[in-house]
Ligand binder design. Sequence first.
Ligand code: AP5
Ligand code: MG
Length: 215
Amino acid sequence: MNIILLGPPGAGKGTQAQRLVDRFGMRQLSTGDMLRAAVKAQTPVGLQAKAVMERGELVSDEIVSALIDAELSAMDADTGVIFDGYPRTAAQAQSLDGLLASHGRKLQHVIELDVDEDALVERITGRFTCAKCGKGYHDTFEQPAVAGVCDKCGSTEFKRRPDDNEETVRTRMAEYRAKTQPILPIYEERGIVTRVDGMADMDSVTSAIESVLNG
Ligand code: AP5
Ligand code: MG
């Protein structure tokens, strides 16, 4: 199964993708995570993307589609994929169609996480992740069971994203509204979009997504 999680910054794409990975053994392909890894490793892509990401703007379509192509090429066609943060423009949506076809895959669902923008700044500015395994947390909404210790891997190191500040979040939201939301009709025409209430608690959002996948 191949699905897209679509929604603005802080909608819960990464949170829900991690849960689907744990429950269904699917693979999460997050272009944001791939780009952050490239920035950290100072690869040519990372050097190009760093400043763009810090401003909250979109990295070029060619770069992100090449990252997705490389991941799909290295994967078994039977492994289910959750696209998290890709596609984000009409050009990326078109590239994805071509990539799925060339890798023998079919898109079953696009899940739109419907959220109230006012709540997103709080979600984003409170977010942190385990520096070792990447498990996501939140200062208010999802703290580790033992303060300072990752529930999943026991690490005591955590990190925050440089683009998780209020000013950048506003730009990221504007980019979403201008370039990403307009691609929804492409998938609506195919009858594969389900809107899920992303303002519900995390477990309810997961259940709603699971019923779409099982339906
Ligand atoms: P990316 O990493 O994709 O960031 P984003 O789209 O801004 O989304 P986020 O990761 O911020 O939000 P999320 O929906 O994953 O929320 P999360 O689950 O963590 O992209 C970053 C940058 O990379 C872009 O700005 C761009 O520059 C570049 N880029 C990436 N992909 C690109 C592409 N395809 N094309 C061009 N450029 C690209 O949740 C947030 C917080 O809220 C967490 O702390 C979580 O614990 C909490 N939370 C989650 N769900 C709930 C809930 N139901 N209730 C309460 N709290 C919740
Ligand atoms: Mg994310």
